[in-house]
Design a protein around this ligand. Sequence first.
Ligand SMILES: *Cc1c(COP(=O)(O)O)cnc(C)c1O
Length: 432
Amino acid sequence: MSVPNYEEARALDAQDLLAGYRERFWIPPSPVDPRKEAIYLCGNSLGLQPKTTRGALLQELDDWQRLGVEGHFEAKTPWYSYHEVLREPAARLVGAHPDEVVVMNSLTVNLHLLMLSFYRPTPERPQIVIDGPCFPSDVYAVKSQLRLHGYDPEEHLRWLRPREGEHCLRTEDAEAYLAEHGQRVALVLVTGVNYLTGQRMDLARITAAGHAQGATVGVDLAHATGNVPLKLHDWGVDFAAWCSYKYLNAGPGSLGGAFVHRKHLGQGSAEAFAAFRAQPRCEGWWGNDPDSRFAMEGEFVPVTRADAWQLSNPPIFAMTPVKTSLELFDEVGIDALRAKSEALTGYLERLIDAIPGEAFQVVTPRDPASRGCQLSILVHERPEELFKALQAAGVVCDFRRPNVIRVAPAPFYNRFEDCWAFAQVLRQALAA
Ligand SMILES: *Cc1c(COP(=O)(O)O)cnc(C)c1O
């Protein structure tokens, strides 16, 4: 087997200004040859561990050991205000003002907490619209929200879907649907980057289309945060939620984040605050204004930030990996990462396109502006066998039944050489 592109891959890595960041992560050994590194293309599912995370976690254990309860104020990063440290870097990643963002809970939990406030159906306007294909947890969440309000999901959950024979949703189709049916829609819940196809949605246009009909617009950013630049505030998105174990590299099941637009935060006037205070929401002491958090009267006074949706005092050992992750993002900046990401994914696409035959097709949009770093490969014949062959050659990627292999070169730690190696393996597996 000739290796025509290897030198090119090496040259691209040599020019890569972010190449040094790979050293800042633990790259797992190859599952088939522990002397080598894995060809890890699975950051869309679980990002790799930053080397700073272990030490930061040990620091928290040490502080607890040394300080006990005093750690709330005396720890190196005081626990009482720990979530404040994450606010600004998280806001930078999603294009928000710091008061619009809070790191808490996990993704599906946050979607529910936010829908309890922002999905307010009426008999005239009961529907939820989502985009398909949709991640199962989101479908469960919206169906159960409909039922919580006494609406039948069969009737009142509506889907924006790709056209027959296509794999990705056209923005103009979403707009047309909402223009025609939006009067009945209470909530549009769209994904920032589709988990299955890797399509990046035009959130500015879809938000505008929902708002034009009087609907609320929420966004699931599971595959978008840390992957593509976002401007939630400017786009006018009402609320959003994300997880941080995918492109944010904060570890399995790590804490998610939530965004609530300033227009919903009761700021600026007594009337706005009164409406904010009266808004239905699940309430707990960590959502209360810190100035009266410990008051005994039991009158909830929401803080005029996204933190109003916080319930409990936060789990410090879960926040620490988010902190070390966000420090890395702040060091590099999402724009520099995105520039590398476009080059890396474009390179992978070229290599895959050069593989002869009709055995598969890439269903991710070809336009770099309409995708993040993931490419989704739809395999026409014996997809699971192909996936197993990739695994047997040391590739870590993932398989979505029945027939989609997802590969995601993450710009933080993946090399052009990884893309090259993957394409070699794919070519050989298909030839076999
Ligand atoms: C990864 C992912 C989830 C996972 O939800 P958790 O609550 O974090 O377990 C949900 N929705 C989407 C779209 C995802 O990609």
